[in-house]
Design a protein around this ligand. Sequence first.
Ligand SMILES: *Cc1c(COP(=O)(O)O)cnc(C)c1O
Length: 341
Amino acid sequence: MSGVLRVDLDAFAANLREIAERVAPATHMLVVKDDAYAHGIEPIVRRAWIEGVRWFGAFDVRTGLAVREVLGDDARIFVWIVATAEEAAEAVAAGLDVGVGDPLLLEDVAAVGGTARVHLKIDTGLHRNGVRPEDWPQFTARAAEHEAAGAIEVVGIWSHIAEASDAEDDASRAVFDEAVHVAEAAGLRPRLRHLAASAASFAWPEFRYDLVRVGAFAYGIRPADGPAESELGIRPIASLVAPVEGVADGVVRIGLGSLDGLPSTLAGVLTIATEGGVRMLHAVDATASTVDGWPGATAGDEVVVLGAGAELSATDAAERIGTIGEEIALRISPLVRREYR
Ligand SMILES: *Cc1c(COP(=O)(O)O)cnc(C)c1O
């Protein structure tokens, strides 16, 4: 017996509606990297499409191609990790929108043939790829040449920010605005400006521009040490459930362990929902864990370890061990069965 991750697609849809309302008139690009934050990419993108999401942030080319396969030609799919010229060619052939944050990749994409849709990336301070402001005039001038030659179409300008300090984020936004001006002066007409992920897109209208790249909030993962789900209008969409395997000496053994992605650092820290009320997680082994017992505990019962219907969300648990919600949610092993309702 082993654990199950139950994903509530109606709750997901409600989060998507909340995001769409919050960020309007900007458009929501749903970020689906890391197997849709471990929720399973195919059911997630199918439901998102039904709910009206048309933009998908896929991270790498492989994920972008997977989304294309599921949703067909009408989905707009943005990838920003393109490692080789071969990958660039694959991305362009599949009609993916390509984030380009270095001059060599710009040449690779332009050389593919077929007019690649490109979003140029300015480094606004995070130093996680992107073209530095001092190199930006030359970079955008080169992009304009390629566009004039019909090799690319520059549809967007984008960057990624820390979303950690207001002052730093405001400074990044000033760099971003300047980069858009420089690109326009070079003759480019980027219609899609995008800067914000979950936190900034909810908090500040001036960070929303045309598109917001939101992942965490769509899955109901709130920021550590930030506003509560209720304040944000979102809720967790997944429950991590484990079966009771046996009871001995007042201790219950559940079929979920560190190999399933339950961090052993949660032992003695994580309280979980059982049929007998809230109980402390005692010890985490490779394939099983122990929990304080309750009267009537029986093999085959279920306990809710994390997420919707549990005592703690992924972010609650993360805060107790000094990390962020994604660190818990993304660690759930692909071997844990996913169920959708
Ligand atoms: C992961 C990621 C996002 C989404 O961030 P969330 O905080 O999960 O909304 C947005 N943009 C980029 C570049 C990312 O890598």
